[in-house]
Design a protein around this ligand. Structure first.
Ligand code: FAD
Ligand code: FES
Length: 330
């Protein structure tokens, strides 16, 4: 049974052909992850010593990353004992993921192609999640899709869901779903939550419904501004992008004191008074020095990959970039 050790000295064992990520989770070792399908590369880590084997194609890795020894823990297993260089989430108390029944409390159209879904859990569920995490909703015929939680605490859970043309769950949310429907969920999941941001320049990059987990983190910061001022970042800036004005479907983001929201459209008409282009470019236009910055990016995979490459090239430390890519979860 291979023994996996992280550079921080945490250990877990691997049973059969399970992935490194599943084995770690089973033994309460928290490694970073999001999609669990080899697409988003949140679980990217390096093998310092030992041999490993891919269980599925590591779609998210570039040839250069593969050559440099990066692997994706969600679709890799070990061929021997391994020493892994991976982010240590040891001190964060990540709530254990559970499968629970839930009912739709309310559905509200926020834009022509965005619906807000509020889910209600049984009173005994004792739900807890970290702002920024997501859940898997298990819908009709067992179809499972991931959605970020747009609020930082229960008892109700808020989702912002964009319609994907031809999408299986989109057909349900936009055609059949109604209040009181019974569904199941599995969560909370993912490691897209705020690390230590005290004194940093905190920047959020979001496209479309990628604003959902950002909203939850902003709520958390509003709470911290009241109760834990020493944990607050030095500044908070939110770049929210879409193609058309209706893609920026919220006017009332919860904002901690002095936070700034920059709205950016890539296909705006002449009436648009805000910024034009892409969120990552707007950030690069506004700022030259990224040494004290920490960036949380959420939404389209294209934006995230582009932002990561451009910001690291401008000096953002690799460990200061966190992302949740809304990759296809089918
Ligand atoms: C961690 C995570 C969190 C997510 N959070 C949210 C959220 O908060 N809100 C939200 O709206 N979505 C979110 N998503 C995306 C969501 O899980 C679904 O993938 C998406 O809604 C499509 O589901 P569907 O069943 O309607 O379409 P499917 O039946 O899965 O797909 C239909 C077609 O569209 C393509 N497709 C599916 N998804 C995408 C995509 N994202 N981009 C481009 N093409 C796609 C598929 O390849 C397929 O051809 C998240 C995904 C992940 C991994
Ligand atoms: S690629 Fe492994 S969690 Fe997304």
């Amino acid at each position: 049974m291979p023994i996996i050790t992280t550079l921080q000295g945490r250990q877990f064992t691997l049973d059969g052909q399970e992935s490194l990520l599943s084995a770690a989770a089973r033994q309460q070792v928290n490694l970073p992850y999001s999609c669990k399908t080899g697409r988003c590369k949140t679980c990217r880590c390096k093998v310092v010593s030992g041999s490993s084997r891919a269980l599925k194609d590591e779609i998210g890795l570039t040839p250069e990353e593969r050559d440099a020894g990066w692997i994706l823990s969600c679709v890799r297993t070990a061929g021997s004992d391994l020493l892994l260089d991976v982010e240590d989430l040891g001190t964060v108390e990540v709530p254990v993921s559970r499968t629970l029944p839930c009912r739709i409390d309310q559905l509200e159209r926020l834009a022509p192609d965005v619906v807000k879904v509020t889910l209600r859990l049984p009173p005994t569920a004792n739900w807890r999640h970290l702002a920024g995490q997501y859940i898997d909703v298990i819908g009709p015929n067992g179809v499972r899709r991931s959605y970020s939680l747009a609020n930082d605490a229960g008892p109700l859970m808020e989702l912002h869901i964009r319609e994907v043309p031809g999408g299986v769950m989109s057909a349900y949310w936009f055609g059949q779903a109604k209040s009181n429907d019974l569904l199941r969920l599995q969560g909370p999941q993912g490691t897209f939550f705020l690390r230590d941001v005290a004194g940093k320049d905190l920047v959020f990059l979001a496209t479309g419904t990628g604003i959902a987990p950002v909203r939850a983190m902003l709520q958390q910061l509003v709470g911290a501004a009241r109760e834990k001022r020493d944990e607050l970042p030095h500044s908070v800036t939110v770049y929210w992008g879409g193609r058309h004005p209706e893609d920026l479907y919220l006017d009332d983001l919860p904002l901690p004191p002095d936070a700034v929201v920059v709205k950016v459209l890539s296909r705006s008409d002449q009436d648009w008074q805000g910024r034009r282009g892409y969120v990552q470019q707007a950030l690069l236009d506004d700022r030259r020095n990224f040494s004290d910055c920490v960036v949380y990016a959420c939404g389209s995979d294209a934006m995230i990959q582009d932002a990561r490459a451009a910001l690291l090239a401008q000096g953002l430390p690799e460990k200061s970039f966190f992302a949740d890519a809304f990759v296809c979860s089918a």
